[in-house]
Design a protein. Structure first.
Length: 152
């Protein structure tokens, strides 16, 4: 997003399929601070733990924070909650530069033991309880020969 590179982001592929509105353009976003795995970010009274989760894209990050005794994961594009046809956990696998299925698999394994209560993905639905079951469903999908279901 820093350079608004439409090819590196996959925007050039997504636009014809209506994923973004017609005429959508990315705007370069300068970076004030680069975050990496294990870093923390304090926002008001909350401290978020940064978890590197490459796979969807090389720089994918998730953020874990405790709020009112609940473990909350901002999963971005890494894990999606789509309770359709008995499936709860989905991924956002792109056919774009930088997408890496092996890295995605490893990232999901890293999320497997977080005991997440609340899951807040970057798109679609969220869940305010039992968020870990969504992550576990994706992890289980990666244990088979098939690729877990993708929202894209």
């Amino acid at each position: 997003m820093e350079t608004a590179d439409v090819e590196a982001s996959g925007l050039n592929v997504a636009l014809p399929f209506g994923i973004y509105p017609p005429g959508y353009m990315m705007i370069p976003c300068p970076v004030d601070r680069r975050l990496g795995d294990g870093d923390t970010v304090t926002v008001g009274r909350y401290t978020l733990q940064v978890i590197a989760t490459p796979g969807h894209s090389p720089g994918s990050l998730c953020y874990l924070v405790k709020v009112a005794g609940q473990r909350v994961l901002f999963s971005g594009d890494t894990i999606q909650f789509c309770p359709v046809a008995g499936q709860t956990g989905w991924i956002s696998l792109l056919n774009a530069p930088g997408t890496d299925l092996d890295a995605y698999r490893a990232s999901v394994r890293r999320l497997a033991n977080l005991n997440v209560d609340v899951l807040l993905p970057g798109h679609r639905l969220f869940t305010l309880c039992n968020g870990q079951r969504v992550i576990d469903a994706v992890a289980k999908g990666f244990e088979t020969l098939a690729i877990p279901r993708s929202v894209i």
